[in-house]
Design a protein around this ligand. Structure first.
Ligand code: ZN
Ligand code: ZN
Length: 176
């Protein structure tokens, strides 16, 4: 065999060895980085690198089969989305009468006709039922009972009914 052919074979072998070594290292690096994006556990990251270093391509396949399905950033995004959804559900008001979802700007529940809000007698701004003054225009309001039974908007102040708790208390005092 001529020397020149030997030289060519040698160069080809070295070239192949370098390519294989680089490829080997590259898939170890890829597996290590991939595991780092899926797990914060340094031991797990190290074990993945060792597994792929020892077994190479079969090791990489084993890793891909067993790796955590979700990356850390995807898990974080999902938790944010779930939190936002939960907050939205919590913030949507429900009717105290029937528990159905209602809108912020509704004055009455369309399902059970429960009084939800009242409009300001002066500026029509929506007020909570117990409020007796409009926060926007400071005009005094007719006060509604908390169960929402009175439904008139009037500028005239209605005579207030005796508080049921007070009436009971008076009755109990009279019994003694
Ligand atoms: Zn209702
Ligand atoms: Zn007002």
């Amino acid at each position: 065999m001529p020397d020149s052919l030997n030289d060519i074979l040698l160069v080809a072998t070295v070239f192949a060895a370098v390519v294989i070594a680089a490829f080997w290292l590259a898939i170890v690096m890829w597996a290590y980085r991939d595991m780092r994006s899926r797990s914060r556990d340094p031991l797990a990251q190290f074990l993945v690198a060792v597994l792929v270093f020892l077994l190479n391509v079969p090791g990489l396949f084993i890793y891909i089969l067993l790796r955590p399905r979700e990356t850390l950033s995807a898990a974080y995004e999902r938790s944010l989305e779930e939190e936002a959804l939960l907050q939205e559900i919590e913030e949507r008001p429900s009717c105290p009468g029937c528990g159905q979802r209602v809108q912020h700007n509704w004055q009455a529940c369309p399902h059970c006709h429960h009084r939800l809000k009242k409009a300001c007698v002066n500026c029509d701004y929506l007020l909570e039922l117990p409020w007796n003054i409009c926060p926007r225009c400071t005009v005094s309001q007719v006060s509604y009972t908390s169960d929402g039974t009175i439904a008139t908007n009037s500028r005239h102040v209605q005579p207030s009914e005796p508080d049921p708790i007070d009436a009971k208390w008076v009755a109990s005092q009279q019994l003694d």
